[in-house]
Design a binder for this molecule. Structure first.
Ligand SMILES: Cc1cc2nc3c(=O)[nH]c(=O)nc-3n(C[C@H](O)[C@H](O)[C@H](O)COP(=O)(O)OP(=O)(O)OC[C@H]3O[C@@H](n4cnc5c(N)ncnc54)[C@H](O)[C@@H]3O)c2cc1C
Length: 274
């Protein structure tokens, strides 16, 4: 089946075209979309492209950073204001993938992908959708509803990320079988702001531990109000998979993921990995 490509200059036009057709897909960097085209995916027949330069910019807004959905991982690594995200963007694929893969596309990547989305979830980002239903929503809500129909036709314009006051409060680790370019067996991101030597407002997120990136709520509760010492870290790590049913896939079984999650979480909380 031939695939038609439509190119727009303005985000509103692209959003309108995307929402008007169930058989259209937006093209970010194309690392996944073009793979689907090459594999003969018949579920879409139109590709929507956007040339709006704003879509590829990163700008400060108050205490946060507004990152256009078309910003690539390579651009994120190179941006000084986004330095706290460089640790994450740098471990996504190899150089060729990072030069193409976008922030918007990562929000939709499933399975062992979506490392940046995990970090954005821990950081409490907000997702801005374009078009007639233009609105902002917490990333938790966006990811929860992502695979329902209504998001398949929504264009993500940007994400707004609160910058951690203390860069050491944000930590990320990616566990993979192959270094440096392997995909995630699991990824863990944690935001651990402290006040008076105690954790206040912990957010901990996993990737490849469910259908979408998800929060480790039991871990967050165990850390809240605690000094980040060995005893608190042990208690939190013991709850690593509380309420979570890790998947089995080609990289690891559910059992294995459940066994090792606490080990990796403990190392991350102890500051042994960043
Ligand atoms: C070899 C290889 C290695 C990889 N390694 C990693 C890795 O280590 N970590 C990782 O996280 N990912 C990895 N990926 C997956 C992928 O490259 C990234 O997740 C990337 O960020 C996806 O972005 P993209 O712009 O290429 O998405 P695209 O392929 O352009 O799009 C992916 C999906 O998102 C939709 N989409 C894209 N942008 C928008 C938008 N703004 N609004 C609405 N919908 C949109 C598309 O329609 C499509 O459904 C890898 C992929 C490959 C092929």
């Amino acid at each position: 089946m031939p695939v038609k490509v439509e190119t727009y200059d303005r985000v509103e036009e692209a959003a309108r075209a995307l929402s008007a057709s169930r058989s259209a897909r937006f093209l970010g960097g194309g690392t996944l979309v073009m793979r689907a085209v090459n594999a003969g995916d018949q579920s879409f027949d139109t590709i929507i492209r956007l040339r709006d330069p704003d879509f590829r910019t990163i700008r400060m807004q108050g205490d946060g950073l507004v990152i256009g959905a078309g910003v690539t991982m390579a651009a994120l690594v190179a941006n000084r204001d986004a330095a706290f995200l460089a640790t994450v963007a740098r471990v996504i694929g190899g150089p060729a993938i990072r030069n193409m893969a976008t922030v918007g596309g990562n929000l939709f990547a499933s399975g062992n992908y979506g490392d940046l989305a995990v970090a954005l979830l821990a950081l409490g980002a907000t997702v801005q959708l374009a078009g007639s239903g233009s609105r902002s929503m917490p990333i938790d809500e966006f990811l929860r509803d992502r695979d329902r129909d209504r998001h398949a036709t929504s264009l993500v314009q940007s994400v707004t990320v609160p910058r951690p006051r203390d860069p050491a409060a944000f930590r990320f680790t990616k566990v993979s079988r192959v270094k440096p370019k392997g995909v995630s067996l699991m990824s863990i991101a944690a935001l651990l702001p402290q006040s008076g030597g105690r954790v206040q407002g912990a957010r901990v997120a996993y990737g490849a531990m469910g259908p979408t990136p998800l929060r480790a709520i039991a871990v967050e509760r165990a850390l809240e109000g605690q000094a980040l010492d060995a005893a608190a870290i042990d208690r939190a790590a013991a709850l690593a998979v509380e309420g979570i049913a890790p998947p089995t896939d080609a990289l690891a079984s559910s059992w294995y993921r459940a066994e090792v999650a606490g080990v990796h979480l403990k190392r991350l909380l102890a500051g042994e990995r960043r």
